[in-house]
Design a protein around this ligand. Structure first.
Ligand code: CP
Length: 312
């Protein structure tokens, strides 16, 4: 059986092209499985997985849980606001107590960048990063690039734009890493205040001109403005943001081609994207969600199959 080059999924930064191909190939198999009348396989029935969510989530949490159940794993769920974390328990103590209950794998979302990496050094378990603050969201980038490949084929040389709040976005960084591994050209577009200072070191282009970027790209990944991570005003108003960086039907009509539109969710309709675009045939937002279950099944299956065979 082919193996991943890693024993945790901490970020796309640590993956290689062969890892992405193996995850995509395995996800294609599981996508076929979850479209059967009986959507479940017994592959991981000996494995127990804990989903630890220290930050809110709809898609990622439910998608991981469903993926685990479709693989017949035992699943326990943990939300920080209903736990003894509120009494002052540390992350490492919390996780070691959960592992003492004979849990094999931890899926963690945490507001601190690097939390899953830190945990992987401190505890003896397989760790999957389900989003760590403004750092990485690897399973999202894998489902985004998988969905793009379904639409565009091989991504080598394809032009992919990422538009929105790049500065606070873990989705942007993981997508940049994944797209670069797959050979795509990447252009970022945002108000200057929402572009990271190290943008040149990421090996991508950037522009402040939305129309220029739309004319350039084959597909665009639209990101939400993450007000919850902002202590300052990064632009004058939501109205001004949507006038300059929001995607709407009138802009798409000016293009001489149909571009593919992605959004990781949650969507703020009328801010970064209008409803006519979000609900259009060009948008693959719900395909991304469907593919998310298959991609997460692939990640869990591949890492679960390697348990006890490699060390973190
Ligand atoms: N895309 C994404 O991470 O959505 P959730 O925050 O709902 O999990």
């Amino acid at each position: 059986m082919k193996k991943l080059s890693v024993s945790n999924l901490l970020g796309i930064k640590y993956l290689q092209l062969d890892d992405l191909h193996l995850i995509f190939e395995t996800a294609t198999h599981f996508k076929e499985v979850i479209n059967r009348p009986i959507k479940k396989v017994p592959s991981l029935r000996d494995i127990t997985i804990a989903n630890l969510f220290f930050e809110n989530s709809t898609r990622t949490k439910l998608s991981f849980e469903l993926a685990e159940k479709r693989l017949s794993a035992d699943v326990i769920n943990f939300s920080a606001n209903q736990s003894s974390v509120s009494k002052g328990e540390s992350l490492v103590d919390t996780v070691n107590n959960i592992l003492a209950m004979k849990v094999d794998m931890i899926v963690i979302r945490h507001p601190s960048p690097g939390a899953s990496h830190f945990l992987s050094k401190k505890v003896d378990s397989c760790i999957i990063n389900a989003g760590d603050g403004t750092h990485e969201h690897p399973s999202q980038a894998l489902l985004d690039t998988y969905s793009l490949k379904e639409k565009l084929g091989n991504l080598q040389g394809k032009r992919i734009a990422i538009i929105g709040d790049i500065l606070h976005s873990r989705v942007a960084l993981s997508n940049i890493y994944a797209l670069k591994i797959l050979g795509a050209e990447v252009m970022l577009c945002a108000p200057k205040s929402l572009l990271p200072k190290n943008v040149d070191s990421l090996g991508v282009m950037s522009s402040l001109d939305l129309m220029e970027v739309l004319n350039w790209c084959d597909a665009v990944n639209i990101l939400r403005v993450q007000n919850e991570r902002m202590e300052l005003n990064y632009f004058p108003s939501s109205r001004e943001y949507s006038q300059n960086f929001g995607l709407n039907g009138a802009l798409l009509k000016k293009l001489k081609k149909d571009i593919v539109i992605l959004h990781p969710g949650p969507i703020n309709r009328g801010v970064e994207i209008t409803s006519d675009v979000a609900d259009s045939d060009q948008a693959i937002i719900l395909d991304q969600v469907e593919n998310g279950v298959a991609i997460r099944m692939a990640i869990i299956y591949l890492l679960g199959s390697q348990l006890n065979t490699t060390k973190p």
